[in-house]
Design a protein around this ligand. Structure first.
Ligand SMILES: Cc1cc2nc3c(=O)[nH]c(=O)nc-3n(C[C@H](O)[C@H](O)[C@H](O)COP(=O)(O)OP(=O)(O)OC[C@H]3O[C@@H](n4cnc5c(N)ncnc54)[C@H](O)[C@@H]3O)c2cc1C
Length: 528
């Protein structure tokens, strides 16, 4: 470490600029904070791609208790009910924060929120923007607000690789920056470090997540010694649009909430035989049904024609746009769909203030495991969790002096489009990255068994030890992959997003959270 490449965050440091990171930064103002983003703000975050919206019991006749109860039922027996009740109770206040910062939520003529229905919610409860543009609109509003806030320093073109730990306390982060010195590390010291670098869907070959969201957050924290909770619980979305695009574009569940149905290429509406709620059954059940159809050689389609007709073009412009790119006319044609890795219920274990097991490290958003989602996230609870915990962490980080003028920008660091895109392409096409993603989809996917999970663990170990030309951040990916596969091998039952063909039932003895360190996951891997 030379003084050249050591920078000081002058306060708190937030790793990641999705909803969790930016919301926390705004809540910290006017206390100083530095936010790291590998890409320009708004790019590369799942948050900006969210379609449905934010779950909140703000409709007439709804209550936080009912929202918490639905969350608990969806979570398949391991939701921390107190967490669910508190998060549901805080929802209305956080929605008001988002509205105050400029989010143009859909409202009726009296100013009440227009609410969508999503699977496993007992009421219309999802606060939305222009039908399916919630994530993009929320992020645009927050980015505007962040840019006007002098206490927030944004650093673009920087990827965190390792957490720095001294005497058991996290003291900042080691990064790589774009530029010809990409391989030289940059050290950023901070009094408080907030990890908000998202989930791990991109570890899978078929995913709805942006390319940079590949388990770096959980991997980095686990390598630094943080305790991880429930890593085996990955949610697969049943209706990613089947095109040749990577990542796969999403067809929001709100479409099924409106009455869109799933059919196979024989025209059979198979969900009616599987669950009383048919297409609105919990996500894991619909995803598995679609998966089994495809395994049996069928194709699966979402049919919006009768229920939406031409209205899909104006009411769901994002989905209509994805269809147009793939030359599908959803007004007259079926939309081909497939299950895709979508959301990680597990992550870095945190307490009710977002504190991890490592002093000096807070974690929020999809990178964290708060106990809210249990084995299966209730739709649209993740944006809610991101804002609730982003706010709590800001409250918990005390003792930082307010600043009234702009924090000085970091010299020599920034986004370079050509280089950034070339790097992303190199990573996407790297043989080791491709093999890792294929192994996760094939053996740690919608359905799992002992043989496949052991095979995945051996592939991950081999890639970690022998792959050529990979960067340090690849180690964060293999670390996260190891945790997911090891915990999936250990949990000899099926629950929520984790389905074992060889243990297809829920087992009451497993009605608890998985708590795992990297050392344990590696020991399981060594025995595979
Ligand atoms: C297509 C899609 C639709 C969705 N729809 C909904 C919905 O309607 N409602 C809902 O509640 N949830 C939805 N979700 C889930 C939800 O969007 C995410 O769970 C949530 O946005 C996560 O927010 P976050 O801030 O934790 O992470 P993200 O928004 O993913 O942000 C992570 C940030 O960390 C950065 N980052 C990653 N690695 C590093 C690193 N090594 N160093 C520095 N920075 C890094 C990324 O570039 C990004 O800026 C959807 C997800 C997807 C993919």
């Amino acid at each position: 470490m030379t003084s050249d490449n050591v920078l000081n965050a002058d306060g708190a440091l937030i790793i990641g600029a999705g909803l969790a990171g930016l919301f926390c930064a705004l809540k910290l103002a006017p206390r100083p904070v530095t936010v790291l983003s590998p890409k320009p703000l708004g790019m590369g975050a799942s948050s900006a791609w969210a379609q449905g919206g934010v779950a909140a019991a703000v409709g007439e006749g709804d209550s936080a208790a009912a929202h918490a109860r639905d969350t608990e039922i969806a979570g398949a027996g391991i939701v921390d009910i107190e967490v669910a009740e508190e998060v549901a109770a805080e929802a209305a206040a956080r929605i008001e924060d988002l509205a105050r910062w400029g989010t143009p939520f859909d409202r009726d003529a009296d100013g009440n929120y227009r609410l969508s229905r999503e699977a496993a919610h007992s009421m219309n409860r999802v606060v939305r923007v222009s039908g399916d543009r919630a994530g993009a609109a929320i992020m645009a509003a927050l980015i505007d607000e962040v840019r006007k806030t002098p206490s927030i320093r944004i650093v673009e073109g920087v990827t965190a690789v390792d957490l720095m730990v001294a005497d058991g306390r996290v003291t900042g982060v080691t990064c790589r920056k774009l530029g010809d010195r990409y391989l030289e590390p940059l050290f950023i010291r901070a009094r408080a470090t907030v990890l908000a670098a998202g989930g791990l869907g991109g570890l899978y070959a078929v995913t709805t997540n942006p390319p940079g969201v590949r388990g770096h957050a959980m991997g980095m924290a686990a390598r630094a010694g943080a305790l991880i909770a429930d890593p085996e619980f990955v949610q697969f979305h049943p209706t990613a649009i089947l095109t040749d695009r990577d990542p796969a574009p999403l067809a929001t569940e709100a479409l099924r909430g409106e009455g869109a149905i799933l059919v196979n290429d024989l025209g059979e509406r198979f969900m009616r035989d599987i669950h009383p709620d048919a297409e609105l059954a919990p996500r894991d059940i619909v995803a598995r049904a679609n998966f089994r159809q495809i395994q049996a050689g069928r194709q699966v389609f979402l049919d919006t024609r009768e229920v939406l007709g031409e209205r899909i073009l104006s009411a769901y412009p994002t989905v209509a746009g994805y269809c147009a790119e793939a030359s599908i006319d959803p007004v007259t044609e079926l939309i081909p769909v497939t299950p895709a890795a979508h959301y990680h219920m597990g992550g870095v274990k945190v307490d009710d203030m977002g504190r991890s097991s490592l002093p000096g490290l807070w974690v929020c958003g999809e990178a964290s495991s708060t106990g809210l989602h249990g084995a299966n996230r209730l739709a649209s609870n993740s944006l809610l969790e991101a804002v609730v915990y982003g706010a709590r962490i800001a409250e918990d980080i005390s003792g930082l002096e307010p600043v009234r003028s702009n924090l000085a920008p970091f010299e020599g660091v920034g986004w370079d489009q050509q280089e950034g895109e070339a790097l992303e392409e190199r990573l996407r096409n790297h043989p080791a990255v491709q093999q890792l993603r294929r192994a996760m989809t094939d053996f740690v996917g919608v359905e799992r068994d002992e043989q496949g999970l052991k095979r995945a663990l051996r592939i991950i170990a081999d890639l970690e030890e022998n792959a050529e030309g990979v960067t340090r951040s690849f180690l964060n990916m293999t670390t996260s992959a190891t945790l997911v596969a090891a915990a999936a091998l250990k949990r000899t039952e099926s629950r929520g997003g984790h389905f074992r063909i060889d243990y297809p039932d829920k087992d009451p003895d497993w009605r608890n959270h998985t708590l795992m360190t990297l050392a344990e996951a590696r020991a399981i891997r060594a025995g595979a």
